[in-house]
Design a protein around this ligand. Structure first.
Ligand code: AP5
Ligand code: MG
Length: 218
């Protein structure tokens, strides 16, 4: 059953999802990455999506499900680790309905709680590989400046990491996504993890929360 990583932009969802894949065999599905991939084409849909992403705006439920569901069907919801979905109450309710029909439910929602000042510091320095998407940052630098450690690709800045857009994304998170914390707490599904500290320490907290949920289930 799916795990969900919930938290503000730059809290490390993508970073820890990648580590959880390597070390625990979970299967990360990044909503942001799926949308960025879908925005690469030359169709009117792709062009409109690209502009909206660069402004840091959340996409409609219809767009999100259109991009996400075929992907989840392909992997049969198995060992899935959702990064960045659900992030609105209507998405959470729709997803609950979809899982219910399959006699599934969310295993655990891990909130990576990280202060806004730390997020601004991190996103100002984030660089991503233009080929494989690996992420580097202020405390996770590449071995060679501007070059990806994994594939040698060129490191670039994400269009939504401009300071003005980061501020807009933080506002959207506070207004639209934060209500999900109470939503999942009420359902007894939420575990809060402190997202502040060195990456390996934060990772260890998340891994512990996931292992605890897996033990409870067995
Ligand atoms: P998405 O790509 O999901 O963006 P986000 O939620 O804003 O999160 P980020 O990817 O920016 O950050 P992250 O938490 O993955 O952090 P990372 O690991 O990179 O979504 C993009 C857009 O798509 C949205 O704005 C929206 O428009 C749309 N969208 C997505 N989902 C949607 C949905 N469900 N509904 C509607 N629209 C949707 O880490 C950040 C940096 O910090 C890195 O440089 C990393 O190296 C560094 N770092 C990580 N941990 C630490 C640490 N402990 N200490 C220091 N540095 C650290
Ligand atoms: Mg990410």
């Amino acid at each position: 059953m799916p795990f969900v990583l919930l938290g503000p932009p730059g809290c490390g969802k993508g970073t820890y999802a990648r580590l959880l894949e390597e070390r625990m065999g979970l299967l990360p599905v990044s909503m942001g990455q799926l949308l960025r991939n879908a925005s690469k084409g030359k169709t009117p849909f792709a062009r409109k999506l690209k502009k909206a992403l660069a402004r840091g705006e959340l996409q409609s439920l219809l767009v999100v499900l259109r991009v996400l569901l075929p992907h989840l069907e392909k992997v049969r919801y198995n060992r899935v680790l959702l990064d960045g979905f659900p992030r609105l109450t209507d998405q959470a309710l729709a997803f609950e309905g979809i899982l219910h029909k399959k006699r599934l439910g969310i295993e655990r929602v891990i909130l990576i709680d990280t202060p806004s000042r730390e997020i601004v510091r991190r996103l100002g320095a984030r660089r991503v590989c233009s080929l494989c998407g690996q992420t580097f940052g202020i405390d996770v630098p590449p071995k060679r400046k501007g070059v990806c450690d994994s594939c040698g690709g060129r490191l670039v800045r994400r269009s939504d990491d401009a300071p003005k857009v980061v501020r807009a994304r933080l506002k959207v998170y506070a207004r639209d996504t934060k209500p999900l914390i109470a939503f999942y707490r009420k359902r007894g599904l939420l575990t809060r993890v402190n997202g502040f500290g060195p990456p390996e320490r934060v990772y260890a907290r998340i891994e512990k929360a996931i292992q605890r949920a897996q033990r409870k289930k067995n």
